[in-house]
Design a protein around this ligand. Sequence first.
Ligand SMILES: [Zn+2]
Length: 739
Amino acid sequence: MNMPSSNNRVRYLWPIVFGLLFLGLAGWLFRIQVILHDKYESRALDQQTWEITVDAKRGSIKDVNGVVLARSASAYQVLMAPSQLDSEEERVELATFLSETLGLSYDSVYEKTTKKSQYIVIKRRIESAEADAVVKFVSENKKKYSDALWVSEDTKRYYPLGNLLSTVVGFVGTDNQGLEGLEYYYEQYLKGTPGKITAIRTASGSSLPFETESYQDAVDGYDLYLTVDVQMQYILEKYISNARVEHNVQSRIGGVIMNVKTGAILAMSSKPDYDLNAPFAINDEMTLKQLLKEYKDVASPEYIKAYNAQQVEYRKNKIISELYDPGSTFKIFTAAMALEENLVSLTEKFYCRNSINMGAITYHCASGRSHKEETFRDAMANSCNVAFVQIAERIGVSRFYDYFTLFGFRSKTGVGLPGEAASIFFDKETMSVWNLYSASFGQTFQITPIQLIAGVSAIANGGVYMQPYILDRVVDQNGNVILQNEAEAVRQIISKESCDTLNDFLEYTVVKGKRGYLEGYRICGKTGTSQKVDSSSAGYGNKVVASFVCFAPADDPEIAILVLVDEPNTEIQFGSYIAAPLGRDIMGECLEYLNIEPDYEGDSSSRSVTVPGVVGTSADQAAAAMEELGLIVKIIGDGEKIARQLPVEKTVLCEGNTVLLYTDSKDNENLNTTVTVPYLIGKPAAECNSLLQQAGLNIKVVGENLNYATTVAVKQSVAAGTQVEKGTLITVHFEEKKQ
Ligand SMILES: [Zn+2]
């Protein structure tokens, strides 16, 4: 950027001859004293002293290593004293010049020229090129405009990283006051203290109209250093942006990373978000495309209404301000209670017949299958509701409620961000056993994602709940530390021994679940799939939140990660299929960044899967064999045994691909199982994904930056129009088209 030299700046600040650093008021004083002397003479007695405010420079916001997320820099503003304009000709000339030079509407500028005012702001926060043009114009028309138009110093807020961490950082308003996020919450540190100049009119009427009575320097705002590490923030945002496309997410996707030993927030994001430099605009290409498709005309009231609703949504910090049913991720806490209270022995066997009748209500396992005989550890890995209802019965309402409170779910975390939502839970007095049973697997109550990750971090941290925090320190412009936040252990909730057992459960859960498993790293984790409450019927609807919470390394956990995929719109919506691989990928790259070495060399082919032959086996057995490998199963027909499978035995697929199993029912006898491969070239990933899904085909995606509208398919492994069997794997290569 081409900033003016200090000589130029003096030129802009011509009233500096009074020895005043100011915002245009000095010019006003000058005119009152010199030009309008007679008019104001009679009122001089009560107008002899003047106070002029000197703006303080707003502090910066930086990550833990000092990477700048928000800063203030010099800019300029154009001010006018319309009462100094003598003729209609001058008003028209000025309005024409200013509207053209500053990109304003002629009418609005003209209207300002007709005011009787001595001080009107024409435009704030302009760059030096525009300021130069105004100064040049005034100097060329000194006689006419030197008292009526001038340029003064101003400051402008810059956000060098654009969208990064935007729902956390927030932004400022026209007067540089924080409006959202950290900019709002830490206003007292950031804004600084304005200076003050008190001036008094000299009694002798000397050549200087004013003498400075007192001068109080402005104190610039303090800098905030966050606990967030921009590198980990990049990792989080990259993966959730891509997952949003891959799973055709209808609402938003969110993620948070926490240091389990200190409670420090390392990364936090909700996507789509927005560019901090243009907070009221949508810059997500997928959304813009969708809005245009739906409403056609960008000028229509319907489009504008939908656009505005969407951009308000995109500014929300999902991790802090939105409530959700945690679903099966909450089984971690139910298990913690049972272990701490010695209510279940590790050798005890539960038996699951898929459902259990508890008096008034029958509870089912989500998978739709029976888990049969299982230990406590198996029950966690199977995410067996039937076992957890029985475990909850032993815990009882009162103890459950008390632990719920101890894990922090009944109070806001106080992480240091605005708009933190309060959870919704039962009253202890009126909570029924049925409330308890459904609560044991994370349903019928609502918490925030930040509460969940703080609670899970306590388990990763040997049972000690750490106060979550995002502000590391506050530093003044001389480098003095004004405030330093330290890790704060709030309370020991359960013993280290109970945590160790639970960590083993959760590591086993990840290994058995396959899709959260990462070769070489020991990750503990649990998935969840919860139905969203339907706002129209107040009951549970068809929309789900798929989530995965994990921490690693298992033997000495460092970080915890929670990802939430809100309304995936793909055929299979289980957290284990959608959120677990996402959490796993983020964890892998974060551990690498933290120099936590894998225990052994990863096998790059580990995510390829060879389909076993299951024709002739029972539907239950066949499904279990496929799921064991990380494949998604669709059983077609209600026969006992599998008559046909697509793709056939020994085909190589990727984890998460779908296998169709046709049972020996009558309906399946004459089924046509070939389909036509659709044309994918030039289409974005989300569209390719849904086209292939509709055709009953599997996709393997190759490429990066899938959420860019400019990233499109350039190659497909099977040509469009070819007849293939359902379930065939089509490899699609994506590239970003440079425009
Ligand atoms: Zn079960």
